[in-house]
Design a protein around this ligand. Structure first.
Ligand SMILES: O=C(O)CCC(=O)C(=O)O
Ligand SMILES: [Fe+2]
Length: 399
C-alpha cells in the first residue's frame, strides 16, 4: 500500500511525488516532515485536563468562527439552523428502478452541479450495520489514551490516531481527534498493521461496511458518468486501478466555548467522493451561495460529498462542496467518513469531453498525489487547493 488521504491528505507514493507538477508552489517534500509542536488529544484535554476555556491554538479568527452568539453551543448551532435540511435527498432505490431511474438520476445530477453534496436515502446498507459502525467507532474512542496512542500517526503518513493536520507551527488546531486507515483495497497486511484491534468487532464490522460502501461508490460513479453524457465506466477508468478508499473516524468532544473554535476547519474533500455517516448530533455545515448551512443528520442516510477531483475532471460541472464542523457544549459527536480517491499517480485534468471553444479547461493538470502534498504542511484551507490550480484567463484561451 503506497498512499492515503484524510480530507484529501495523502500518503503520496514515490511515483506521485515524481510526477507532481513541478511549478506547483505548494509542493513539499514529505519525507522528514515532523510535527513542529506536540500533538495533544482534544478528548484528553476535555475529559482528563477538564479545560474550562478553549486554549489559544484552537481559537479561530473572527471571520472563521461559527457564530457571534454568546450563549454557547446550542446557540451557536441554532443561529444558522433556519436553513437546515434543504440538502437534496437522493433515493438510491429509485436509481435502481427502471421506471423511476430517469427522474432520480436527474435529481442526482442537479445535486452534484448545484450543491456538490446530497443525502443518499433508501440505500441497501442495513440500519443495523450503520449502527454497529457507529458503535465500534464510539468504543474505539472510549479506549484509554495509551491504547489509542499505540496507533499514533506521523505527519508523513497520517494513517493512525491523530489530532492535528498541518505540521507548521502556529497552525490553528481543530477541536477533534481522528483515526485514519485504508479500507479499499481490503488487504490483509494493511488490516493487520493499521486497523484497530480493539474493540474486538471493529475489523469485522468496518470490513463489511467498507465492502458495501464500495458497491455504492461503483454504482454512483456509473450514474455520474452517464449523467455527464459518458459510458458508465468513464469515471471509474479515470480513477484507475489503483483507486483507494480511506476511512476517517472523527471524534469531536464537547467544547466549553464552541463559538470560538471549529471541530474541523473549512475544506473541500480532495478526492472523488466521500460517504459520511453521522451520529444524531448536528455539527456539519456546508457552504452554499456563500452562506454556511447547518445540515441535520438524517437517520440511516449517508451524506455524499463531491470532492475536488470530480470538479477538475468535469471541468467545473460538478462542484466539490466546501464544508466545516461546528462543535457544541454538551454532546460529543462521532462521524465516520470514507473518502474514495483516484490512484495517487493518476494525472487528473479537465477531461477532453468537457472542453470546447466555449468551455476552455479551467484547471491545470496534476497528479492526485501532487495535488495533495501541500495539505501535509498547511492543513485544511477552504477550497484553496483547487483554486490554486485554476488557469488564468489568458492561459485558458490558448488551449
Ligand atoms: O464530521 C463531519 O461532519 C465532517 C467530516 C469531514 O468533513 C471529513 O472528515 O473530511
Ligand atoms: Fe470533509
Amino acid at each position: 500500500m503506497t498512499g492515503g488521504e484524510v480530507c484529501g491528505l495523502l500518503v503520496a507514493s514515490p511515483a506521485a511525488m515524481e510526477n507532481a507538477a513541478s511549478d506547483h508552489e505548494d509542493e513539499v517534500a514529505m519525507e522528514g516532515l515532523k510535527w513542529e509542536e506536540p500533538v495533544q488529544s482534544v478528548q484528553e484535554l476535555v475529559e482528563k485536563v477538564g479545560v474550562r476555556k478553549v486554549p489559544s491554538m484552537y481559537i479561530r479568527p473572527m471571520k472563521d468562527r461559527p457564530t457571534r452568539a454568546k450563549r454557547g453551543a446550542v446557540a451557536a448551532i441554532a443561529r444558522d439552523s433556519w436553513i437546515m435540511d434543504r440538502l437534496p435527498a437522493i433515493d438510491y432505490a429509485a436509481l435502481q428502478d427502471e421506471k423511476k431511474r430517469h427522474f432520480a438520476a436527474k435529481e442526482l445530477a442537479m445535486a452534484c452541479e448545484d450543491w456538490g453534496a446530497f443525502y443518499l436515502i433508501n440505500h441497501p446498507i442495513p440500519s443495523s450495520l450503520l449502527h454497529a459502525v457507529q458503535q465500534v467507532a464510539k468504543e474505539f474512542f472510549q479506549l484509554s489514551l495509551q491504547e489509542k496512542q499505540v496507533y499514533a500517526n506521523t505527519p508523513n503518513s497520517l494513517i493512525g490516531y491523530g489530532s492535528r493536520m498541518g505540521t507548521s507551527k502556529n497552525t490553528i488546531l481543530d477541536w477533534g481527534d481522528y483515526f485514519l486507515h485504508y479500507v479499499w483495497p481490503i488487504e490483509d497486511q494493511a488490516i493487520d498493521e493499521s486497523w484497530p484491534r480493539k474493540p474486538p468487532h471493529y475489523r469485522y464490522i468496518i470490513g463489511e461496511y467498507s465492502k458495501k460502501v464500495h458497491k455504492l461508490y461503483e454504482a454512483l460513479m456509473g450514474i455520474f458518468s452517464e449523467n455527464l453524457g459518458q459510458e458508465s465506466n468513464y469515471l471509474g477508468n479515470y480513477f484507475g486501478d489503483g483507486a483507494t478508499h480511506i476511512l476517517r473516524m472523527n471524534y469531536y468532544p464537547p467544547c466549553p466555548q464552541p463559538h470560538l473554535t471549529l471541530g474541523l476547519g473549512s475544506h473541500s474533500d480532495a478526492g472523488g467522493m466521500t460517504f459520511l455517516l453521522q451520529d444524531e448530533v448536528p455539527g456539519l455545515q456546508l457552504k452554499k451561495d456563500n452562506k454556511w448551512i447547518m445540515v441535520n443528520p438524517l437517520k440511516d442516510a449517508l451524506l455524499v460529498n463531491i470532492g475536488d477531483q470530480l470538479q477538475i475532471l468535469s471541468n467545473g460541472r460538478y462542484k466539490s462542496v466546501e464544508h466545516r464542523v461546528v462543535v457544541n457544549k454538551h454532546a460529543p459527536r462521532i462521524t465516520i467518513a470514507i473518502f474514495c480517491n483516484p490512484a495517487d499517480d493518476n494525472i487528473i485534468s479537465p477531461a477532453p469531453e468537457f472542453i470546447d471553444k466555449n468551455n476552455p479547461p479551467l484547471y491545470k493538470s496534476m497528479t492526485y498525489g501532487g495535488f495533495l502534498l501541500s495539505f501535509f504542511k498547511k492543513g485544511l484551507d477552504g477550497k484553496g487547493y483547487i483554486e490554486s490550480l485554476k488557469r488564468k484567463h489568458q492561459e485558458s484561451c490558448c488551449i
